[in-house]
Design a protein. Sequence first.
Length: 467
Amino acid sequence: MSDTDVLVVGAGPTGLALGIDLARRGIAALVVERGDELFPGSRGKGLQPRTMEVFDDLGVLEAIHAAGGGYPVGMIWRNGERLGEHHIADRAGPTEDSPYDEPWMVPQWRTQRILLERLEELGGEVAFGREVTGVTQDGDGVTARFASGGPVRARYLVAADGGRSVVRRAVGVGMTGEEVDPLPTLVADVRITGLDRDNWHFFPQGEGAEDLLAVCPLAGTKDFQLVARFAAGTEVDLSLEGVRRVVAARSHLAAEDVTEVRWASEFRPRVALADRFRAGRVLLAGDAAHVHSPAGGQGLNTSVQDAYNLGWKLAAVLGDGAQASLLDTYEEERRPIAARMLDLSTSVHRGETRRGGATRQLGLGYPGSTLTAETRTAPGPVRAGDRAPDATVSGVRLFDAFRGPHWTLLALGASVPAPPAAVRLVHGPAHRTYGTGLFLVRPDGYVGWAGNTPAGLPEYLARFGGR
């Protein structure tokens, strides 16, 4: 039986992001994947601005930028004629505190390849062809058994194995949800001739939603993502001929204009939330913990941020001597966020909310967390629990200062003694974005503690072990 500190089940964006975060912190972790390769399709193609900030910290932003592009403007077609543009989302613009202003399109398969390359660069690995069949745990660790190969013993196991999570079921955690759309939906990565790549093409057939066809050029590739909905009870044909029939029937394109189907899947949009995110030494993340409608691009993004929240906490417990109870704050912080994002994605799916400020996830925080300590009687614009905005302080860009597995202490218009070695200090005058005070920024980019003086700061940091 092989041993590791953390066993991560599932090599999707969640599991790979967590593997990266653990690897850069020196925590022994193994990512296992039941498939023989990474997921091959485009399913989650939109990266929200907050996820771009996470990817900046994890060291993959340059590759993500190079691999993708912005979202094209929608174009409505009828009878082979362009009726006009359709703006799918409210647009913003970059600001000093939010430099990544719009969603960035990268097909999920390519995002995963970039994350895998980063994981391997840090010395991590993915073991493919490892399908979990059972999980048992005791007071010291977790044992996972597989359809082939020997068992793995870990101090903690993270289930990132999707909405039908075998691990979640093995540890007896329920999931509550509903179908948000009974209509079967086809999503496919295709090659098409005769369509420009400057627009996201929509071919409405009438008032009903059951005959929708949308074709979106996938940035950084030669592919298009095709989405088609069907009447209830329809048996969806995923073959090349089946996709060709849909395109020919619902657009001005000929069947032979679809030259290749590279990946295809059928699904019915649903939302669901796990009853718990922790069961002893097993923690749930990503789709294993929450399943979203694809509308609004919240699923992959919420999932990556689960990993980002959990990684530093596992490292604090396993490497820095923090109490294991710190891991309880993962569910405390992330489950309410997941519930909120499920409501948002459902609202977008039903046409009740436009894609915009809320879907960018920059306004999310943990003000009510037991890890949040706001000690000022008159807080300024940035409070404990808030996302730490970008800014330039005394010539230092804060996102550059935050990048890495450390904590960061901002002293703005306030004096402070030298912090512990594992805490980076940035000192400067009061700042228009933050105001005045001391701001201790967690490894995941949120303000954990804020005060006017250092009183209470050492005691706060002591909660996280040696740091």
